[in-house]
Structures are given as C-alpha cells and as structure tokens.
Design a protein around this ligand. Structure first.
Ligand code: DUC
Ligand code: ZN
Ligand code: ZN
Length: 487
C-alpha cells in the first residue's frame, strides 16, 4: 500500500511567502509531505505547467440567506458551494442572519440544516446580529462563540438591521470579551434615507440612481464612526466591502496607528462603475449592490490599497438575486431602485478576476494573491488548519492553469443565477482542479464531489498579534478614578 493517498507532482507550489517547484504528498486529508519529488501515491495528479495554491477561502458570501425584507438568496449551500469550488475555493464562510425577534440559537440550527446536507465545501458562518437583546448578548452569542462561530456582523444602515451606535458598542464589548471579531457594513443610514427621499421627490428612481443614493461620504463617515466605537472599547473590527478611497484611507491610517482593524474590498469595486447601472432599460438592476460601485478613479486608488496591504482579503460579497420576479424584481419589473433586491453574484469569479487583473497584469505578486484569496482569511477568521501549504494542514488545494484565457460567462459560474456581472470580461488564469481535505471536488473543470461532503469548521478567536490597540483614557482604570467600564 502506498504511503500517500494522493501525490500532486510537477507543479509550482506557492504560498503567501514562497514559490517552489515540488511535490505534495497527501494522507488522510492532510498534507503529509513536501519534497522536490515524491514517488508513489494511490492517485497521482500531474500538475506540470500549473500553479498549486492553497484553496481559496471565500469569507464574504450570502448563501441560503433571507434579506431583512425576506428575499431568499438564489443560491443554497449546494449551488453556492459548487460555484465557489469552480472558482478555486476549498472552503467558505457565509453569513447566518438573525432577523429581529429571532433567537440566535434557532438561527444557527436553521443554517446547520441548510448547510450540512448540501455543502460540497467545508464551511463556517459569520453571525449577523440585528437584535442584540440581553439574552442574545449574555447567553446566545457566547454559546455561538463556544461552538466556533467567532465573528459577528452588524449593520449601520437599513432600518431593520441598523443597531445604532449603542447597540454596536454592546456587540463590540461582548465580542471582545470572547475573542470574537465584529464585522461591520458601514454606511450612514440617515444620509442614505435623506438621499432616497430627495431622489424620490424628484422622480429619479431608475436603477442608476441607486449609485447616487449612497454617497461615498456615507461610507467614509460610517467607517470613521465604526472605528471610533471599536477604539473606545479597544475591540477588533473588520470593515466589509470597502468601496471608497476615503474609507480605505481611514483603514490604512488606523492600521498604521495600531488599531485592531481589518478590512476587505471586492472585485466589483475594482471592476465596475456606476456607468454599469446606466445600461439600457432595467439592466442596471443587475449591478445594484450596497455600497454601490463607484468610478474609475476609485478603482485605481482601491487597487493601490490592495497592492500596499490595506486589505486583508478580496471577497466576493456574493449576494445572488436573479434578474426576474423571484429576485431583483420581486416588487415588479419597473420597481423604483430602493425596491430592487440589493446584491450581485460573484463567488465563482472572485479568484479568476483577481488573478487575471492582479497577477497576470502585474499589479500584485502571486504571493499577495495567495494572501488575499486564502491565507489572510484563514488567519483573520481563525481557520487554523486552512489557508496554506505545509505539513499538517488540510489538503485544501487549487491547481490553476495560469495561461488559459477564456471569456467570463454565465455558463461557467455553476451557480443558480441567470446573469454574471463579469459577463464578457477576458480572464487569463483559471482554476482547473480543486481539492478539499484531499478529496477531489473539481477535476479538470468537472464536479466530482458529493452533496453534503463539506464539514462545519469550528473557528478559533481572532489573532491580534502585532496590533497594539488603543486605550481610551476614560476607560483606563489608572486614569478614570478606577471605574471599570468595559472588560
Ligand atoms: N451588504 C452585503 O454585505 N451584502 C449584500 C447587501 C448588503 O447590504
Ligand atoms: Zn453589507
Ligand atoms: Zn455581503
């Protein structure tokens, strides 16, 4: 019997720090050996001419999730995980959303029922908290944390989700006490509502006005406020889907100052502009997401932040609503933009887009690509056996053909959508074979994995090494007359 279940041989292996030519021996779902050459193996995968990378970790996606207005996303844990796998991912972390009045225990059970029988990839959840009742704060969040759900997301916008600053401080404080990471959608709710009202009064409700209704200043103000709230209690914070140069600059400044701060941006903010919302008829609805896509100047600046390390990850924010009456047009085909479902798909395109526009075009190194697509998410979100290629790690591996050029198209997405916002883009570099814990999920661009093979990943607390944080004098017992205000 062979020492290894699988040997991947002849490829160029890359991690977030190095690249080398070599072989990988896999046993019992883990990487058991790395060497220049490894003989044997019950199965041998020829990776010559290919890149052998840690499988992507998609850390921001909405799968089998109801929005606050009750619209179910188009992808369930089967189609969502299959699309992610075709896009070079070996695991993903969708959201489990608590809506007002729901118990977090029930929410977690519901998402377990949605994920476990269906996912082809390993998965965890970030909790979305919209109702931080005393019981949620004192009992349910600690219980979720104890079972390995170590990140909680909150909203500063949407009337049915917005917690207000006090609610955010409560969540940040509980999260900090347990070592959890608070994620935040940062847009100023009142600025957006005021813009909506003014635009509606002027009769400006076509899809393109969605982009106008959510000003860059609304994001910048909210990021600044979210960071101040987190600093007050010295709690770690992760800003999701940063879309503006001003927002990214705040993240950069605060990270430099030692604030316990992480952030991501998404391909749509690097690839699309508000002109896409001005396509003929209602087609602009396909590009409605929040925060909205901006302009070419914003794209250039966001790329600079990707290049210089402001962002831990580039995530898809896959929020799929079909271009029909089940999704975008649940409120009619001529609905005003505030009534069009908010989000766009992209879980299968995140990595091909980032590779093509990033690595192939020379904007980022292959090592940065691995960091942004996998390693940093593993570290930030406590997936300690994932995100790198080293002995003992899960054999979560994506084998890429770095020179294949294809045009992005819906047929290659394998999701449950009827459009892709990336349609027609020429992309060089595609994942070809994807393994998860040593099992082949995609082989030569064909699905091989069984529905439900994915396992829940219990995550560890956020790693804050190298982030000194901030002590507000008013919360420092040495300077506040001994008052104990927060843990
Ligand atoms: N925020 C997200 O993160 N995804 C979809 C919609 C939204 O507002
Ligand atoms: Zn959001
Ligand atoms: Zn999202």
């Amino acid at each position: 019997m062979s020492e290894f279940d699988t040997v991947i041989h002849g490829g160029t292996i890359a991690t977030a720090t190095d690249s080398w030519k070599g072989d990988i021996g896999i046993r019992d779902g883990r990487i058991a050996a790395l060497a220049e050459t490894i003989e044997g193996g019950a199965r041998r995968i020829d990776a010559s001419g290919r890149l052998v990378l840690p499988g992507g970790i998609e850390a921001h996606c909405h799968i089998a999730q109801e929005s606050s207005s009750g619209v179910m996303s188009a992808d369930d844990y089967y189609t969502g995980s299959v699309s992610a796998a075709f896009g070079g991912n070996s695991s993903f972390v969708p959201f489990a959303a608590q809506h007002r009045g729901q118990s977090v225990d029930d929410v977690v059970r519901t998402y377990d029922d949605r994920a476990a029988p269906n996912s082809v990839l390993d998965y965890s959840y970030h909790l979305i908290i919209s109702d931080p009742s005393p019981r949620v704060l004192a009992e349910e969040l600690p219980r979720a944390f104890a079972r390995g759900i170590t990140s909680f997301k909150v909203f500063m916008t949407y009337d049915l989700m917005n917690l207000g600053d006090g609610g955010m401080l409560d969540i940040l404080t509980v999260a900090k006490a347990h070592g959890a990471l608070t994620m935040v959608h940062a847009e100023n709710n009142d600025m957006v509502k005021w813009m909506n009202r003014r635009l509606a009064e002027a009769g400006l409700t076509d899809p393109k006005y969605h982009a106008i209704s959510r000003p860059a200043l609304a994001e910048e103000e909210a990021i600044n406020r979210a960071v101040s709230l987190a600093k007050l209690v010295d709690a770690p914070l992760f800003i999701v889907h940063v879309s503006t140069p001003g927002g990214a600059a705040i993240v950069q400044r605060e990270r430099l100052a030692g604030t316990k701060l992480f952030a991501e941006t998404c391909p749509q903010y690097l690839a699309l502009t508000r002109e896409d919302l001005d396509r003929p008829g209602m087609e602009g609805a396909k590009f409605i997401c929040s925060p909205p896509v901006r302009d070419r100047e914003a794209q250039e600046v966001l790329w600079r932040h990707v290049q210089t390390g402001t962002f831990a990850s580039v995530s898809s924010d896959h929020a799929p609503y079909r271009y029909d009456e089940t999704g975008k047009f649940l409120n009619g085909f001529d609905a005003p933009y505030p009534k069009i479902s908010n989000g766009m798909p992209g879980i299968g395109m995140r990595l091909p887009y980032l590779f093509s526009e990033g690595v192939v075009k020379g904007r980022i190194t292959l090592q940065q690509f691995v960091g942004l697509s996998s390693t940093n998410a593993a570290k930030t979100f406590g997936m300690e056996t994932k995100g790198s290629i080293a002995p003992g790690m899960d054999a979560d591996i994506a084998i890429w053909n770095p020179t294949e050029t294809r045009t992005a198209t819906l047929a290659d997405q394998h999701d449950n959508m009827d459009y892709t916002p990336f349609e027609g883009m020429e992309i060089t570099g595609w994942p070809q074979t994807v393994l998860s814990r040593g099992e082949i999920v995609i082989e030569d661009r064909e699905l091989k994995a069984a529905r439900g093979r994915g396992r829940f990943v219990a995550r560890k607390p956020v790693n804050l090494t190298g982030m000194p944080g901030y002590t507000a004098p008013e919360l420092d017992p040495a300077r506040n007359f001994g008052a104990k205000v927060a843990p």
